[in-house]
Design a protein around this ligand. Structure first.
Ligand code: HEM
Length: 494
């Protein structure tokens, strides 16, 4: 290793132990802050460290992320995945984890075809319905706001993907799906299982002592399999019996119908491709949930932003109806809240690492094949040169003095990742966020609650800060601010 270090100048970083590398001191929480600090300590925008022989390279500046992930995307677009999550639990079906190659390209294309900006107007009605439901649910049971933030985006995606016209309060249908998706986060939180480090252990029989991971994997695997299979099979049987059910799954089934029915074609993967593409969409909706929790926190911490948005909404939309997707262009300040939210507290502050597939040299540093390259989204979106006063929540930074969108301010698109693996659900997510946020701001005054003693309850400073970044459960008051709000929530948008 000493000879290698001499030959190859790796990006600087903290010294590690033999074999273990930085396993013991690699940050478990708020890694984005540590990576930025290392950058300052080692006086380099690119830092690196190792864990069990694998090199991790962190890019703290936009210019390097752009060069590596975009200009050199051919060799920086692969993924690494853990045996427990993919092979034992079944998350290999999520194409976000699929290795870079033909299969990933095919599934990504199928997904993009149904989530590209041009097709999204077809989903506006369903998105509007979701925003109205969210408002209704916050009116009925404001204390359950965090649960509503999970349910509503989730049911909207299920409606778009499988035409499942669900009431977000439908626990019986939603709970098993949510349980399956939670295993994704639980696996990420648990870190590496022994089987991830020693893959051959996956062949041990489940009944052996110490092989609890296999039994756990089998239980989680059943939930994950049902989440992928059940809604798809329902749509398929409807399509086969000629029932109309417009949605992503039925479009894909019709598109590939010949190959699905023709048993002589040795192409049994078409069905698997459709199952994977549709199943992946629901998993993506989790991020919207966390963004909404961050939004409420921002409104409590920066009340002047809420006030300014409500002035805009009252002026443009009025006080006798709820906002509509058609209002978006006339609500630049409210629309900029979505951008600032993604910038101020990116939900995935280190996105998802990209694995490199060839040796490379960049800025005099050696990046060996198999490195995990991490774009430090938080550092990029809090770079003072790009966004002055980065800790402040200032939607107006995206606007000109006249209040229109300022094209010279960089769009915080890195919140959705980088290069060829950038989030393909980002256009959908941004419309959904605009609708949920504009509805909440129009309908409610979002305030700090007061306890029994009359003291104002300050919002939490505690966060989940491993893979995703969002506040731990906290209390808030949603005070209705429109006359006749209840009946407005029952009026469909245009
Ligand atoms: C605020 C909401 C969202 C945020 C912040 C977000 C963020 C991200 C990020 C950071 C990545 C990794 C990109 C990379 O590897 O460089 C990603 C991937 C992905 N996202 Fe999203 N996402 C959001 C919503 C959604 C939604 C609603 C969907 C589905 C409708 C979705 C579907 C996906 C998929 C399929 C991938 C995997 C792409 C691939 O590996 O090729 N996301 N997202």
């Amino acid at each position: 290793s000493r000879r290698n270090a001499k030959q190859h100048r790796y990006p600087p970083g903290p010294p590690g132990l033999p074999i273990l590398g930085n396993l013991l001191d690699a940050p478990k929480e708020y890694s984005w802050f540590t990576f930025a600090r290392w950058g300052r300590e080692y006086n380099s925008n690119i830092v690196s460290f190792t864990v069990l022989g694998r090199r991790l390279v962190v890019l703290n500046k936009y210019k390097d992320a752009k060069e590596i992930f975009e200009e050199r995307s051919r060799i920086y677009s692969d993924r690494t995945s853990a045996v427990m999550a993919t092979e034992l639990v079944g998350w290999h079906r999520n194409f976000g984890l699929t290795p870079y190659g033909e299969l990933w390209r095919l599934r990504r294309r199928m997904f993009h075809q149904h989530f590209k900006p041009q097709v999204l107007p077809a989903y506006h009605g369903k998105l509007m319905k979701g925003a109205r439901s969210l408002t209704q649910m916050l009116l009925e049971s404001p204390d359950g706001f965090l649960k509503h933030f999970r349910r509503v985006p989730g049911t909207t995606v299920l409606d778009v993907v499988y035409a499942m016209d669900l009431d977000p309060r439908d626990n019986a249908t939603m709970e098993p799906i949510e349980k399956a998706v939670k295993t994704f986060a639980d696996l990420a939180d648990a870190g590496a299982f022994l089987v991830d480090l020693i893959p051959i252990l996956k062949y041990l029989p489940s009944w052996l002592p110490g092989v609890g991971f296999k039994r756990q994997g089998a239980v989680w695997g059943r939930w994950v399999s049902r989440m992928h299979e059940d809604p798809y099979q329902e749509v398929k049987s409807d399509v086969m019996s000629g029932k109309s059910r417009p949605c992503v799954a039925s479009d894909l089934i019709r598109e590939f119908e010949d190959r699905l029915n023709d048993n002589s074609v040795e192409d049994s993967t078409v069905e698997e491709d459709i199952i994977c593409v549709t199943g992946t969409a629901y998993t993506g909706s989790d991020t919207t949930t966390f963004a909404l929790a961050n939004f409420v926190l921002a409104m409590l911490l920066f009340p002047e932003v809420q006030q300014r948005a409500q002035e805009e909404l009252d002026r443009v939309v009025g006080r006798d109806r709820l906002p509509d997707i058609a209002d978006q262009d006339s609500l630049p300040y409210t629309a900029s809240i979505v951008k600032e939210l993604l910038r101020w507290r990116p939900i995935g502050p280190v996105a998802v690492p990209h694995r490199s597939t060839a040796d490379d040299w960049y800025e005099g540093y050696f990046i060996p094949e198999g490195s995990l390259v991490i774009g430090n989204v938080w550092a990029i979106l809090h770079d003072e040169e790009r966004y002055p006063d980065p800790e402040a929540f200032k939607p107006e930074r995206f606007l000109t003095a006249e209040g229109t969108l300022d094209p010279s301010v960089p769009d915080p698109s890195q919140a959705f990742g980088f290069g060829r693996r950038i989030c393909p659900g980002r256009y959908f997510a941004q419309i959904a966020l605009f609708l949920y946020i504009s509805h909440m701001l129009a309908a409610f005054s979002i305030e700090k609650p007061v306890d029994e003693m009359g003291n104002v309850v300050e919002p939490t400073r505690e966060c989940e800060a491993r893979k995703f970044w969002h506040p731990k459960p906290f209390k808030v008051k949603f005070k209705p601010r429109l006359e006749g709000l209840e009946s407005m929530t029952r009026t469909p948008g245009s």
